[in-house]
Design a protein around this ligand. Structure first.
Ligand SMILES: [Zn+2]
Length: 459
């Protein structure tokens, strides 16, 4: 058996009983771990038996490892482009480049992207990959292999697009799949990689891309497939005004009405963005138990708008945080999204400074994320019986030390240095350094992958 104790640190457990309740906090407490599972959390030192490894958490804040509920790791290769475009123009600029990305390039991008997430305190991440040209197989496998290398819990969504430009969709025909083939490949991914066990490191979700790139038939059959195989459903919804107009004009309904009709609302669904929601849509999401992946930096980068997070939380809907693809939120971190979520929520119309507290933001990045991924009983809180996914943040440095409230130091202060990241009790980051991969090697691999991609695209 392996025993580990972190003590002497402030602790924000996020173990509240009710929806949105942030739970117990300790000024100087301990987290005890045995074989990758939390066994004790509380105030003061912890007396453990011989053979226990102690980590001195003095000057630090322990939180649950952060959970990233929306990402497109392959986009690590195409950052800094279409810098002033709205979503639809940004997509049409980037689709032709994405169509050329192969499995080796996905591996380089995913390793770098996940390393960056680990170094900023994220212990569980999704990935939504939806570009599967027939000539470039192996993208899903490459992402899963990269996540195993970096050591993060991974929830890859097997995405798909089957509504090309010639059929009235937005993506060029070269990047869309045949409906049947997309469904068969998704089922194959579930069969090969989905692990439903409590300590699982890989769970697959079914993820057709969006209403403007996927047929109604694929949406319906994907939902049926997910429910038949017991996996979760993820897609983009209500991200921009243009999407709202597209749905009203082409489909005669709002995005949420459309999702509802297709069987895409429910406890097993989490939706990225949900920026443009009317009051009935907020209510419908909450009544059906649907969760939202809120991506504040990406929404700001693309000028998409500000999601009604306060209203969703009040209505009882699940809300987690997502960094979204780095092409629309260059190198965003979940820790950074805590602060961004607070700032944007307070800027939304009349909501003001009470719209979202620092603690509620941390709840979004932990418990809310766990709910999105259906793992509320396993991750997202520091409580006995939960998996030992723990982030330890240094809050005694130049920028954080003057802030007496540890949670405010993390959420409102400058980015806090990460001292330690445990995933299932295993150190992924230690003394601020990534132990599972070499960031310099990852940077070099991305440079090579990018160069090859842009050379091929120029031909
Ligand atoms: Zn996205």
């Amino acid at each position: 058996m392996s025993h580990l104790v972190i003590d002497g640190c402030a602790i924000a457990t996020m173990d509240g009983e009710h929806h949105g309740a942030t739970g117990a906090e300790y000024r100087s407490g301990h987290v005890a771990i045995t074989d990758g599972v939390i066994t004790a959390v509380g105030e003061g030192r912890f007396a453990a038996g011989p053979g226990t490894r102690y980590i001195d958490g003095t000057g630090c804040l322990a939180t649950p490892g952060l959970i990233n509920t929306h990402h497109h790791l392959y986009q690590w290769l195409t950052q800094g482009m279409a810098q002033q475009s709205v979503l639809f123009d940004w997509l049409t600029t980037l689709y032709p480049l994405w169509a050329r990305i192969d499995a080796d390039q996905v591996h380089a991008a995913a390793t770098a992207g996940l390393a960056w997430l680990a170094l900023s305190g994220c212990s569980t991440s999704t990935d939504h990959h939806y570009v599967f040209p027939a000539s470039r197989p192996g993208a899903l496998e490459a992402g899963i292999e990269a996540a195993a290398g970096v050591g993060l819990r991974f929830h890859p969504c097997r995405g798909s697009m089957d509504l090309g430009r010639s059929a009235g969709g937005l993506p060029p025909d070269e990047v869309v799949e045949d409906t049947e083939e997309a469904l068969a490949a998704t089922e194959d991914a579930i069969r090969r990689f989905h692990d439903p066990s409590p300590a699982s490191m890989v769970r697959i979700a079914v993820g057709p891309c969006s209403p403007f790139s996927v047929t109604a038939r694929l949406m319906r059959e994907a939902a049926a497939l997910a429910r038949r195989t017991g996996v979760r459903l993820h897609t983009h919804l209500a991200e921009t005004r243009e999407e709202d107009a597209y749905c009203r004009q082409s489909l005669g309904r709002t995005p949420v009405e459309y999702a509802d009709e297709l069987g895409w609302l429910g406890e097993d669904v989490w939706l990225a963005h949900c920026v443009h929601l009317d009051e009935p849509a907020v209510k419908r999401l909450s009544v059906t138990g649907t969760s939202v992946a809120h991506c504040p930096s990406s929404n700001a980068r693309l000028g998409s708008g500000i999601a009604p997070v306060r209203h969703l939380l009040r209505a009882g809907a699940g809300v987690g945080l997502g960094v979204d693809g780095p092409a629309s939120s260059e190198a965003a971190t979940v820790a950074g999204e805590l602060r961004q979520a607070v700032l944007l929520a307070r800027l939304r119309r009349e909501d003001g400074p009470a719209a979202l507290s620092a603690r509620q933001a941390l709840w979004l990045g932990t418990r809310g994320g766990a709910r999105c991924l259906g793992r509320d009983a396993e991750i997202g809180a520091l409580r006995p019986g939960m998996l030992a996914d723990v982030a330890l943040w240094r809050i005694d440095g130049l920028a954080q030390d003057p802030i007496p409230d540890p949670v405010a130091a993390l959420v409102l202060g400058a980015p806090a240095p990460l001292e330690l990241l445990l995933v299932g009790g295993a150190p992924v980051v230690e003394d601020g350094e990534l132990r599972t991969a070499d960031p310099r090697a990852a940077t070099r691999a991305v440079r090579v992958a990018r160069q090859r991609l842009f050379e091929e695209a120029a031909r």
